[in-house]
Design a binder for this molecule. Structure first.
Ligand SMILES: NC(=O)C1=CN([C@@H]2O[C@H](COP(=O)(O)OP(=O)(O)OC[C@H]3O[C@@H](n4cnc5c(N)ncnc54)[C@H](OP(=O)(O)O)[C@@H]3O)[C@@H](O)[C@H]2O)C=CC1
Ligand SMILES: Nc1nc(=O)c2c([nH]1)NC[C@@H]1CN(c3ccc(C(=O)N[C@@H](CCC(=O)O)C(=O)O)cc3)C=[N+]21
Length: 300
């Protein structure tokens, strides 16, 4: 039996429609238009694609999009000054600083300079601490999108064995925290993990966030397990013609789809959900900033 394919693209469209509804209500009833500011430093081509796509979808759901493109050698001082300006701008409810930043900029310092209330990435230490203690916070978009798909597919994940491969601050760690908050039994694997295949074989839920193309083969997957593929890897695709590339996940889709119970594809899985959750977080931040009831079902 082949796995149910979890359609992240379609799910994300539903989340965005919900967000758009709340935006309309905020405008009509409260005279407020939620605004998202995205800061991009440098000209990394992949980052440019994401930022463009974020801006387009922000406008599509009726919110204001403020794009700030800074040159690659922008000083820390100038970037901090921009963030301070956005922190104090009442039209801006969410601020995202696209990562990775150029090497000369201190990523921790920059992230922690964003007002926690506007930190729609959920990367500020204060939001990380709130999430870790089960308090209301801004929740990182990619893990939130994964959680929404898992809850939708399983109803409840309480008591399930979940293995997260990857321990980054932006995906692996917050993902593990969210799974734990939903009462899954959580294992975090990483590059030093011994017998990774056996660790993964014990999982009812596998979340792969490694950054290695098609690293997880089907024979690591327990029959019927749910596989969430966070990886976004661009690889050469000579079969499509010379110089062509294609996008693959961290999971070997062809073999995993044969054993898994459910699986997210790449593209069309976690990626679109990440952007939808960014918009959801912006509406949530806007409601909180204005003392309004926040939308249900759009956060953890
Ligand atoms: N769909 C989306 O919206 C998003 C997708 N991504 C994608 O997700 C992937 C992960 O991103 P990110 O978390 O930022 O990546 P990082 O490079 O920050 O982290 C990768 C993690 O994988 C671990 N790892 C590396 N090699 C192995 C291995 N051989 N076996 C087991 N673990 C290993 C590393 O371990 P160690 O800590 O020991 O080095 C590290 O914890 C990437 O493909 C990225 O493009 C990222 C963000 C959003
Ligand atoms: N501060 C910050 N926040 C982020 O959330 C953040 C970041 N920095 N840096 C980079 C990563 C990566 N990321 C993705 C978002 C959407 C897709 C996405 O929509 N992917 C499409 C395909 C896009 C394509 O074709 O390239 C899909 O999977 O279907 C992918 C990756 C957000 N990130």
């Amino acid at each position: 039996m082949t796995a149910t394919v979890i359609d992240g693209k379609e799910f994300a469209a539903r989340v965005r429609a919900k967000v758009a509804g709340h935006v309309t209500r905020l405008k009509d009833e409260n005279g407020i238009t939620p605004g998202l500011a995205v800061v991009l430093v440098g000209e990394d081509p992949a980052s440019q694609v994401y930022v463009r796509s974020k801006g387009k979808m922000t406008v599509e759901v009726g919110m204001n999009s403020f794009e700030h493109k800074l040159e690659v050698n922008t000083s820390e001082e100038d970037l901090l000054a921009l963030i301070e300006k956005l922190n104090n701008d009442p039209a801006v409810h969410g601020i995202l600083c696209q990562l990775p930043l150029p090497k000369h900029l201190d990523e921790d310092l920059i992230i922690n300079s964003i007002s926690p209330a506007k930190d729609v990435d959920g990367f500020h230490i204060s939001n990380v601490g709130l999430l870790g203690t089960g308090q209301k916070s801004m929740v990182p978009c990619t893990p939130l999108g994964c959680l929404m798909m898992l809850r939708d597919h399983h109803g409840s994940i309480s008591g399930m064995n979940a293995v997260v491969i990857g321990r980054s601050n932006i995906v692996g760690k917050p993902m593990a925290q969210l799974l734990l908050n939903d009462s899954a039994t959580v294992t975090i694997a990483h590059s030093r993990t011994k017998d990774l295949a056996d660790v993964v074989r014990a999982a009812d839920i596998v979340v792969a966030a490694v950054g290695r193309p098609e690293m997880v083969p089907g024979d690591w997957i327990k029959q019927g397990a749910t596989v969430i593929d966070v990886g976004i890897n661009r690889i050469d695709a000579p079969e499509k013609g010379e110089g062509k590339t294609r996008l693959v996940g961290d999971v070997d889709y062809a073999s995993c789809v044969e054993v898994a119970g459910a699986i997210t594809p790449v593209p069309g899985g976690v990626g679109p959900m990440t952007i939808a959750c960014l918009l959801a977080n912006t509406v949530t931040a806007c409601c909180r900033a204005n003392g309004l009831a926040e939308p249900e079902g759009l956060t953890a």
